[in-house]
Design a protein around this ligand. Structure first.
Ligand code: EPU
Length: 338
């Protein structure tokens, strides 16, 4: 099935609920339909293009003067298995959390800590979604889609995806050059549970046995208690990445602020908690017009009503500036600003 609209409102297609319009909007359920649509009209090559899933990691600052592609490819299919793993091909248009629910109900492990993350399956590899010590890159086997430059289907193995913290080749080199239509996941038949994140460990113990169902339940409870529901309050989860800084800077900050939470950030680097820095800079619960900083998790910027994309962006600039002035740390947006 395909649907095509001109001058189409994106309000229902971004979790900030920003009322931006797209010049063209194309939705498809079969990978073949995308190929046919794009090859039928040469002029698409001259249009600006973005791919939009549920719009849970995007902020529109203006109307979008180009073509929005909205993949709605459905399906969760078991494609093969071996002794330890089952391989599932999942359409880009499946809702991420419904896939997690399916995996947990099928006793397959590897994504239970990623329960309740908003968005579609096709978006999961783009920013390498992660939570509570798990990242999607550890279960991706292959990413399939359509190469816009060559005008043909293509696929990427996990090594070619160049996954990093909230990053991948799809967000960098392949940005707007490749449209993901499905992802093949390798899930564990005999999962090793990941309860390294203390708060999750405590919650699971409080809820009972250590198993997939209970981990999922616990993650959902933690997320519900801290993160605002996008259906009730516009937001895009963490607005900034947790900054990765040199050890020297982290040590200097720890001397000055002994409470500073720190995590290992790879070779010679330390990852800091952006939420903590923003809270300490005095922003938690603050509101400017309809744009505000969530009162339970300072890393989340919310739209209390009719904030424009620009107002939310301006608030994020003020936050960046004051965190830099107080700590000398540069915050980088996780949300895509268009
Ligand atoms: N903190 C504060 N004040 C706040 C928020 C956090 O002091 O307002 C402190 C916490 O007390 C804790 C530390 O900062 O010591 C880290 O906070 P938390 O565990 O809530 O996680 P986070 O680092 O803020 C990251 C991800 C989330 C993910 C959680 C859980 C990023 C950018 N964010 O948040 O992912 O759910 O860990 O694993 O990496 C997302 O990407 O949209 C997202 C929600």
């Amino acid at each position: 099935m395909i649907r095509f609209f001109e001058n189409h409102s994106l309000k229902q297609h971004n979790t900030f609920g920003i009322d931006a319009k797209a010049k063209y909007f194309f939705e498809f359920t079969e990978p073949q339909d995308l190929a046919e649509f794009l090859s039928a009209n040469e002029s698409w090559k001259n249009e600006k293009l973005i791919v939009l899933g549920e719009g849970s990691n995007i902020l529109f600052l203006n109307d979008f003067d180009g073509l929005v592609i909205h993949p709605k490819v459905p399906g969760i299919t078991s494609v093969s298995e071996d002794r330890n793993s089952e391989y599932l091909e999942v359409g880009a248009g499946e809702v991420w959390d419904e896939f997690v629910q399916h995996a947990v109900a099928s006793e397959l492990g590897g994504i239970e800590n990623l329960s309740f993350i908003p968005g579609m399956v096709g978006a999961a590899p783009v920013q390498n979604i992660g939570a509570y010590g798990q990242e999607v890159c550890s279960v991706v086997e292959k990413v399939k889609g359509y190469d816009l430059e060559k005008g043909e289907p293509a696929e990427y193995s996990v090594a070619e995806c160049k996954f990093a913290y909230r990053n991948s080749v799809f967000k960098q080199y392949l940005k707007n050059k490749f449209i993901i239509t499905s992802v093949i996941f390798r899930l564990d038949k005999f999962p090793e549970f990941n309860l390294k994140y203390g708060q999750l460990n405590d919650k699971v113990k409080e809820n009972g046995d250590v198993n997939l169902q209970n981990i999922r339940k616990s993650v959902v409870e933690i997320r519900e208690s801290k993160l605002p529901d996008t259906k009730k309050l516009g937001n895009a989860g963490s607005f900034f990445k947790n900054p990765v800084v040199a050890i020297e800077l982290a040590k200097k900050l720890q001397n000055e602020f002994p409470e500073l939470p720190v995590y290992t950030g790879g070779e010679g680097k330390i990852k800091l908690a952006a939420g903590w820095l923003i809270e300490q800079a005095g922003w938690k619960g603050k509101r400017i017009g309809d744009a505000g900083v969530h009162n339970k998790q300072a890393l989340v910027i919310v739209n209390y009503g009719i904030a424009t994309g620009q107002e939310i962006y301006d608030l994020s600039e003020q936050i960046k500036l004051s965190v830099y002035n107080k700590f000398g740390v540069e915050l980088e947006r996780e949300v895509n600003c268009i």
